[in-house]
Design a protein around this ligand. Structure first.
Ligand code: FAD
Length: 308
């Protein structure tokens, strides 16, 4: 109930104005978002690199309904990729892109615009010597996103995708994508989805996550285990061992600001750990999804508003 209310608020412009206008929100947002500028993102990337971790950078933005704004987000990604190359960080950091930020929802030929824009980001990533992963948004975009992934992979076979274990379709998507060279980031899923397409019960989502993980680990692709759940992390290690995988044939991924001690532990013990680092001004939707994932975050957020 609380989760669905917060996820509905994530899409409300009215609540957005209220939350963004409150200066006391900022310190809480900073727990999950690296900062607003590219310099902030580079500073955090360097610090994580120095602790033996890898990074994927998300220039915040989603649901763009303006072609100019979509083009500006593409320019921002391309600038960031050049900076990563210039700073010697491209072997440690890639980028994550939401197709809705680069035009997928534009009326008319949004899908084609998103494909062309994503291609521009991929070209810059190829020049920098790194990779791109396509984030997954709500279930109405899954077919479109996987279609764009297929098109991009013709020229850029290293483009990765996110699959969400809460969707009933995802086991089959895992089978389709568990192929040579395919990079799949498996997460549980962060949007409000109807029972017709998604498991609603947490235990059912967890069971689906394990089934999907097994398909990916047993397949020929490169699994990216995106979860902070200690059970999923332990199961991933065991499935990788059973599948005869080396430590560098899959990776763990966690979000910036969530379970950082666990991130350091995995990296220190020789696991490949990538931190998803979001930065930029458009933090509202991303922040609200983080609140929705854990009621304690909302309590912490509300307490910070009343005690300061
Ligand atoms: P949960 O069972 O939700 O959490 C397990 C434990 O992790 C919790 O008990 C708590 O200790 C900790 N935890 C989890 N979330 C939080 C939080 N917000 N604050 C504090 N502690 C927390 N979702 C999408 O729908 N599309 C995407 O493209 C996408 N990309 C992602 C990329 C990465 C690298 C990661 C790590 C997640 C991504 N997600 C994405 C979010 C994901 O779907 C989940 O909503 C989120 O990761 C929480 O699920 P969990 O697996 O950590 O398990």
């Amino acid at each position: 109930m609380l989760r669905s209310t917060l996820l509905a608020a994530a899409r409300s412009q009215g609540v957005r104005r209220l939350v963004e206008a409150n200066p006391l929100t900022k310190p809480v947002v900073q727990r999950f978002v690296a900062g607003t500028t590219p310099d902030d993102a580079v500073r955090v990337t360097r610090a994580l690199r120095d602790q033996g971790m890898h990074v994927t950078l998300d220039h915040l933005g989603e649901d763009t309904l303006d072609a100019q704004q979509a083009a500006e987000i593409v320019r921002a990604y391309r600038r960031m990729l050049r900076v990563l190359a210039d700073e010697g960080l491209a072997d440690r950091a890639e980028v994550s892109v939401k197709l809705s930020a680069v035009g997928q929802f534009l009326p008319g030929d949004g899908e084609k615009i998103a494909l062309d824009n994503a291609r521009l980001v991929c070209e810059a990533a190829a020049e920098a010597g790194t990779t791109v992963t396509l984030d997954m948004e709500d279930h109405t975009t899954t077919d479109s996103t996987l279609g764009i992934l297929r098109d991009l992979r013709v020229d850029f076979p290293w483009v990765g995708a996110v699959l969400q274990a809460y969707l009933r379709r995802t086991e089959q998507d895992c089978r389709d994508l568990a192929t040579e060279g395919s990079r799949v980031r498996l997460c549980k899923g962060a949007y409000a989805e109807p029972a017709s397409v998604a498991y609603q019960d947490k235990a059912e989502v967890d069971r689906s996550y394990v089934r999907c993980l097994k398909i990916l680990m047993d397949g020929a692709g490169y699994p990216m285990v995106a979860s902070h759940d200690p059970r999923m992390v332990a199961i991933a290690a065991e499935l990788a061992r059973r599948a005869g995988r080396d430590a560098d044939s899959f990776e763990y991924q966690m979000l910036y600001g969530i379970r950082p001690e666990e991130q350091r532990r995995i990296a220190a013990e020789g696991g490949k750990l990538r931190v998803y680092v979001a930065y930029g001004d458009e933090w509202y939707g991303y922040f609200m999804r983080r609140l929705a994932e854990r009621p304690a975050n909302l309590v912490f957020f509300l307490r910070s508003l009343v005690t300061q």
